[in-house]
Design a protein around this ligand. Structure first.
Ligand SMILES: Nc1nc2c(ncn2[C@@H]2O[C@H](COP(=O)(O)OP(=O)(O)OP(=O)(O)O)[C@@H](O)[C@H]2O)c(=O)[nH]1
Ligand SMILES: [Mg+2]
Length: 300
């Protein structure tokens, strides 16, 4: 970092939007490291996740949030509260939409909330790699007619197109401020949390229908053995029904072995050492509606 650059800008930017528009993919790109899990299924992210972008002229503290949706139940309510609550605590809101779809009632509802929050809002039109340039302009006009966006950025979190310009503009909008975090820190999430998320990512990616939505992952032990260059992790996959247990285990244990193998590779990349990962499945009927269990599984 170049200490002679001044002034230094720093502050918070929340990324909000419907599920599956690409918020976590963009967060990972802006942070330069995978800290948030992603999948092609909606409602992948469940917690607010801090990701830090460092640059010579500033530090941007991003809050990735769960997709805002109409789902009922306590877990869903927790997720939407996380997202809407984030808007109240930041300097800037990035409202992300998919360039592939027209705005719908979900977008309208979110914009209504943003009108009340009084923060400057950037429109981030994501997935532009999937549309022709001539399709973008009408969409931009449509959104610009619905809300007084401070700025509008077409980007692709997948290819990185447009992301540098977005980062520069965000930094310029932030107030002058200190280095809140050391230069080598990309998130404040504990390693155990990210590890549990990486197991859950594979559940999101490899299981179907209601199973990933009724699953949570709890790290039961995390035993670092630096002399062997090894971390031994025991994690429990909580499922909502007896019938889900057999599906997560798979025929002869094939499914849980695949989940474990894929998660282990990601965790080894994250922690930079060998991992021994042991997975179990436990049935916890109705956990998504129990305040006590939601809290126990990290949703509080
Ligand atoms: N083509 C394309 N796909 C993208 C882009 N960004 C994200 N995706 C894909 O969109 C899907 C959803 O991405 P996520 O980053 O998990 O979306 P999210 O908004 O965080 O979703 P929730 O956490 O469920 O709210 C994944 O399959 C991504 O690979 C993009 O710029 N272009
Ligand atoms: Mg997400």
């Amino acid at each position: 970092m170049n200490p002679s650059v001044s002034p230094f800008h720093s502050g918070f930017a929340a990324i909000i939007g419907r599920p599956n528009v690409g918020k976590s993919t963009l967060l990972n790109r802006m942070v330069g490291q995978k800290i948030a899990i992603t999948s092609d299924k909606p409602q992948t992210t469940r917690n607010r996740i801090l990701g830090i972008h460092h640059r010579d002229d500033g530090q941007i503290l991003f809050l990735d949030t769960p997709g805002i949706h109409q789902g009922r139940g306590r877990l869903n309510r927790f997720m939407v509260d996380q997202a809407l609550g984030a808007c109240a605590e930041v300097d800037l809101v990035l409202f992300m939409v998919s360039a592939v779809e027209r705005p719908g009632t979900d977008e309208e509802a979110i914009l209504k909330h943003l009108s009340a929050s009084k923060r400057p809002v950037f429109l981030v039109l994501n997935k532009i790699d999937r549309v022709k340039p001539e399709q973008l302009l009408p969409l931009i006009r449509d959104y610009a007619g619905r809300f007084p966006f401070a700025e509008i950025f077409p980007v692709s979190g997948l290819t990185g197109d447009g992301v540098e310009g977005l980062l520069t503009a965000i930094c310029q909008r932030l107030p002058e401020g200190p280095h809140y975090y050391p230069d080598d820190m990309v998130t404040d999430q504990p390693e155990r949390f990210i590890v549990a998320e990486m197991v859950r990512e594979q559940l999101m990616r490899q299981t179907h229908e209601e199973i990933p939505y009724g699953a949570a992952v709890v790290i039961e032990s995390f035993d670092e053995q630096p002399e062997r260059g090894l971390v031994i992790i025991h994690a429990a996959i909580m499922v909502a029904r007896d019938s889900h247990k057999g599906i997560v285990l798979g025929k002869g244990g094939a499914m849980i072995r695949n989940i474990g193998r894929s998660a282990r590779k990601e965790i080894e990349r994250l922690l930079g050492c060998r991992i021994y990962l042991e997975l179990f499945v436990r049935v916890q009927p109705g956990w998504t509606e129990s305040d006590r269990l939601l809290k126990e599984f990290g949703y509080h």
